[in-house]
Design a protein around this ligand. Structure first.
Ligand SMILES: [Zn+2]
Length: 278
C-alpha cells in the first residue's frame, strides 16, 4: 500500500514537473535595474505574457502569436528590494517567483548645453517625434534574429556616459541617460547589434540622425547622433552590418555614439545586455 502511494506520488510529481517546471525556463543571469530576462516554453504558444510587479505597479511584456519566448527588462525604477515575476500562458499563470534587485550606483553628471525653448513648430516636432518613437517601440513583430550575443556597435567600445547616469542639465533640469554613450571619432563605422529590419532612418530633434532596428519580439536597438546614415527604412540588415557613421547631430556636445536597447519601450542597460545570451 505504502509503495503504491509512493509510486502515485512520484508519478504525480513527475507529471507536475513536466507540465509546469520543465516546460518553462527562466533566463535571468543579472538582477540589476536594466537587466534583460527571458522566459522560454517548450512549444509555440498563442499568448505569452510576463508581468513584473514592483511596489504595486505592473510592467507587462507580451510575445507574438506562435512564439516560444518572451523577453522582459527589469525597469530602471526597480532600484531596491523585491520584485515579482509571473508568466502567463494563454491567460493562465504558469510561473511565479520573487527576486531581489541588485542595487547599482549611478553617477550624476552636470552638462551645459545651449537649449532653445520648446515652443511653436519646434514643440510640435518634438511631440510628433516622441509619439513616433512610442509607436515604434511598442510594435511586437516575429523574431528576426538568430544571434545569441549582441554584436558590438563599434569596433572599440569605450564608455563616456553609462546607462542610467543622472544628468543635471544647465544646473537644474534633471534627466536620466537611457542608453550608453561610446567615444568615437567622427566617421567611425557603426554596426547593427543584431539582425533585423530598419524601421527608422532619419533626423530627429534630440537624437539627430537616428537609426532604429526592429529585431522582433518587441526588441529594438537605437543608434543616435550619426553623421551619415547608410541604410534606408524598410531594409533588412544583418548583425555587424554597417548602418551609419559616428557624428554629433541632434542634441550632442561632440562626436560619439549613443546606443539604446529597448524591449516593448522599456529601456535596458546595453552593457548588461552585451554580457547576456539572447
Ligand atoms: Zn547618450
Amino acid at each position: 500500500m505504502k509503495t503504491a502511494f509512493k509510486t502515485i506520488f512520484l508519478l504525480l510529481t513527475l507529471l507536475l514537473s513536466v507540465s509546469y517546471g520543465k516546460s518553462v525556463e527562466l533566463y535571468l543571469p543579472f538582477t540589476y535595474p536594466g537587466s534583460l530576462g527571458k522566459f522560454e516554453v517548450d512549444r509555440p504558444v498563442k499568448k505569452l505574457k510576463v508581468v513584473l510587479g514592483y511596489k504595486g505597479k505592473r510592467y507587462v511584456f507580451k510575445s507574438v502569436n506562435g512564439a516560444k519566448e518572451v523577453f522582459f527588462v527589469i525597469p530602471y525604477r526597480v532600484q531596491k528590494g523585491i520584485f515579482s515575476l509571473s508568466l502567463y500562458k494563454n491567460g493562465r499563470r504558469m510561473f511565479f517567483k520573487l527576486e531581489r534587485v541588485k542595487p547599482k550606483h549611478y553617477r550624476v553628471s552636470r552638462i551645459w548645453v545651449k537649449t532653445r525653448p520648446l515652443k511653436g513648430e519646434l514643440l510640435k516636432r518634438v511631440v510628433r517625434e516622441s509619439r513616433l518613437l512610442r509607436r515604434i517601440f511598442h510594435q511586437i513583430t516575429p523574431k528576426k534574429f538568430k544571434e545569441e550575443k549582441l554584436y558590438p556597435p563599434l569596433k572599440n567600445l569605450s564608455i563616456s556616459t553609462p546607462f542610467g547616469a543622472r544628468r543635471i542639465i544647465n544646473g537644474k533640469k534633471r534627466s536620466i541617460h537611457w542608453g550608453t554613450d561610446f567615444r568615437a571619432k567622427r566617421g567611425t563605422p557603426v554596426h547593427a547589434a543584431l539582425s533585423g529590419k530598419v524601421v527608422l532612418a532619419k533626423n530627429l530633434y534630440f537624437t539627430g540622425n537616428t537609426v532604429i532596428i526592429d529585431h522582433g519580439l518587441g526588441i529594438h536597438t537605437l543608434y543616435a547622433h550619426l553623421s551619415k546614415l547608410t541604410v534606408k527604412e524598410g531594409q533588412f540588415v544583418k548583425a555587424g552590418q554597417v548602418i551609419g557613421k559616428v557624428g554629433s547631430t541632434g542634441r550632442s556636445t561632440g562626436p560619439h555614439l549613443h546606443f539604446g536597447f529597448y524591449v516593448e519601450g522599456e529601456r535596458a542597460d546595453p552593457m548588461i545586455v552585451m554580457k547576456e545570451r539572447l
